[in-house]
Design a protein around this ligand. Structure first.
Ligand SMILES: [Ca+2]
Length: 456
């Protein structure tokens, strides 16, 4: 085996080990040569760097804690009196836990927002944490010109209202919104506002076209007040279209994905929801409701794994007579059914769904590892491959074996004894363990290939 071949193989294996969770986000790489580079290490410097940025700027944010309450505006903000183009704001280490932009708490208005994006196009914010603010961690304003926004490998935590908000545009939909490898979480649910209202979502997006939301983790997005129901972890509405919600994980949630909300034919149209994983145990500590709610004409809901332990009778719901062509295929549930309400048409194209999978069919149910325990599991090799779902949650090609499997994971025989096997969804229990497993797996493989290299 020659040198080049060995290293090519090494990189192929290395890349294939990446499960698709926030902790596995690939680095964005070096800034473009054309960018002005500004490095900041205090909240004042960061605030000025954003507000004074010229087009094509990367702002590197050094590790540390950045106290929003010391700013006169109580928030960061891009300029809103002129168009700024191509702005990148990144934590310098690539670990979002190293750069903390924070206020005091979700109920303390001495910090209002993490950052507001106004008349700025082509924005990337990456590798940082925004937490403990009164309104939103990130608030995007297409009505003021914001467009082409990428939120990458960020942690949003403990905001008083939606963790991320896309405000209602007037004339134009927000296009080019990409949210990847982000964590949306509350320490212990959403607290009530001073008016007694629990008002939150993970993300509420009005009037977005083609939003991509993938490989994110939603955790503890429910109301602390057990008398109130928290809004959807992902709410996309107000004339939105063609949203793609792919490979996300939902752990302890009131409502999961809400694709259009109101009795309005244009609230959402199209869209695909695939390869997502949902888990919650039944509890009376917070109100529990739907996992996927759809009023969107022609929406596709494929290959999701939804384990809710009978905590709500209808994890899937379709509403209103205009919601035609909504198709559920190859979803794996442990309980409940699809509820067609308010004259919603019962789609006769549904197929391949299981609503009562037994927990002993999973690799490790107690650790919420919902891969098949072996090739004989009741959901393995059961369905034809859907072309737009030709990879699973972990990017394993479908099909393995004779047919595709039902749910978010495709069983792969040589996967079962892989040291990395547990890592794909252990994250919903402990991301720290997960990172450890990944590093261990990668180091093992690196070591093996170095051995091969020197031997040959
Ligand atoms: Ca298979």
């Amino acid at each position: 085996m020659n040198f080049t071949k060995t290293f090519l193989l090494f990189f192929v294996f290395f890349l294939n080990l990446n499960a698709l969770l926030p902790s596995d986000a690939p680095s964005l790489g070096n800034p473009p040569d054309t960018h002005a580079i500004v490095t900041v290490s205090t909240i004042e410097e960061l605030n000025s760097a954003i507000y004074d940025a010229v087009d094509h700027t990367t702002i590197w944010v050094k590790s540390g804690s950045y106290d929003l309450t010391t700013l006169a505006q109580k928030q960061l903000s891009t300029p809103n009196n002129y168009k700024l183009t191509d702005l990148v704001i990144r934590g310098e280490t690539g670990n979002p836990e190293d750069v903390i932009i924070e206020g005091v708490s979700a109920t303390d208005d001495s910090a209002t927002f993490g950052i507001q994006i106004w008349d700025t196009e082509n924005v990337v914010i990456a590798d940082m944490t925004f937490r403990r603010v009164f309104y939103h961690c990130v608030s995007i304003h297409p009505e003021n010109g914001a467009t082409q926004v990428k939120l990458y490998h960020l942690i949003f935590e403990d905001a008083g209202e939606q963790l991320v908000k896309v405000n209602k545009g007037t004339d134009n939909a927000l296009e080019g919104l990409i949210i990847q490898y982000c964590t949306f979480k509350y320490t212990d649910g959403v607290p009530n506002k001073s008016n007694g209202e629990c008002y939150s979502n993970g993300i509420s997006a009005h009037y977005v076209t083609g939003m991509i939301l993938e490989n994110c983790l939603f955790r503890n997005n429910y109301c602390q007040d057990s008398g109130q129901l928290c809004g959807g972890n992902i709410l996309v509405w107000s004339k939105s279209k063609d949203t793609q919600i792919i490979g996300n994980t939902f752990y302890n949630y009131a409502q999961g994905i809400v694709l259009g909300l109101n009795e309005d034919e244009d609230d959402h149209t199209g869209g695909i929801v695939k390869n997502n994983i949902f888990y919650r145990a039944k509890t009376t500590n917070y109100q529990q409701d739907v996992s996927i709610y759809v009023i969107s004409k022609n929406a596709k809901v494929y290959h999701n794994t939804i384990i809710t332990e009978d905590s709500y009778y209808a994890p899937l719901e379709v509403r209103y007579e205009f919601a035609t062509g909504v198709v559920f295929k190859n979803n794996l549930l442990d309980s409940g059914f699809i509820n067609y309400r308010n004259n919603a048409p019962d789609a006769n194209q549904n197929s391949g769904n299981i609503f009562d999978v037994e927990t002993d069919q999973f690799y490790d149910y107690d650790s919420q590892n919902f891969k098949a325990k072996n090739e004989n599991a009741t959901f393995v090799d059961k369905v034809d491959t859907i072309q737009e779902c030709n990879v699973d949650f972990s990017l394993i090609t479908r099909p393995q074996g004779e047919k595709s499997d039902i749910g978010a994971f495709e069983y792969k025989l040589d996967d079962s004894n892989d040291s990395d096997n547990d890592s794909d969804d252990d994250d919903i229990v402990s991301s720290a363990q997960n990172i450890g497993a990944h590093l261990f797996g990668k180091i093992l493989i690196l070591f093996s290939f170095l051995l091969i290299l020197f031997k040959f």
